[in-house]
Ligand binder design. Structure first.
Ligand code: ZN
Length: 195
């Protein structure tokens, strides 16, 4: 099966996505964003899926705002938990782009995506990616404790906890994947094509 079909199949059918439903700092994340909105956009080719051979095998996934595409490393296997979690994280950014929410401070966009990733993993009974020594470990543990609250029925992430996670991200920019053209704002300027 082509990687695009794998991505669509994952978004439409992974049951842990049904639990990814919360509000963080006024932004709403909900299952149909992935299962319908992003899945349809990928199916129709509005959002691309590309294996980037310049990436090392095992490297993280990314969502490229300029080209409106997921960029995945060679060997990416969405049937495995960690790649699936990273794709879910990136799909959270893609949904912000699909909604054309405009420029968002990087720490806010990342915090939301990390909490979505953590809820997804929590719903599967998985610990944060990589354990304590992994890149982003502290922030992923913070996100995991918020995810536990969400999975226990708390819809809104409490403002203070949300603020703490964004502060962590602002103060520890090495936790955020950066490329040379990444600024402090992420421009979610929309995805061309008909829904
Ligand atoms: Zn991210």
């Amino acid at each position: 099966m082509a990687i695009k079909d794998d991505v669509v199949g994952f978004l439409q059918s992974d049951t842990a996505i049904d639990k990814v439903n919360f509000e963080f700092d006024g932004f709403q994340v909900y299952p149909s964003a992935y299962k319908t909105d992003i899945a349809e956009a990928v199916k129709k080719g509005r959002i691309g899926v590309r294996i980037d051979t310049a990436l090392n095998e095992g490297a993280g996934a990314s969502y490229d705002l300029r080209y409106n595409e997921f960029r995945l490393p060679p060997g990416f296997d969405v049937s495995k938990d960690d790649p699936a979690s990273l794709l879910l994280h990136e799909a959270t950014h893609a949904h912000m782009d699909l909604q054309a929410i405009g420029s968002v401070p990087r720490e806010r966009s990342e915090a939301i995506a990390y909490v979505a990733e953590a809820v997804f993993r929590g719903a599967k009974g998985l610990p944060p990616i990589g354990g304590p020594s992994a890149e982003g470990a502290f922030m992923r543990r913070q996100a995991a404790s918020m995810a536990a609250g969400i999975l226990a029925g708390g819809y809104k992430v409490p403002g203070q906890a949300a603020g703490n996670l964004m502060a962590t991200l602002r103060n520890e920019p090495h936790y955020i994947k950066q490329t040379e053209d990444d600024g402090p704002l992420m421009p979610f300027n929309g995805v061309p094509g008909e829904p």
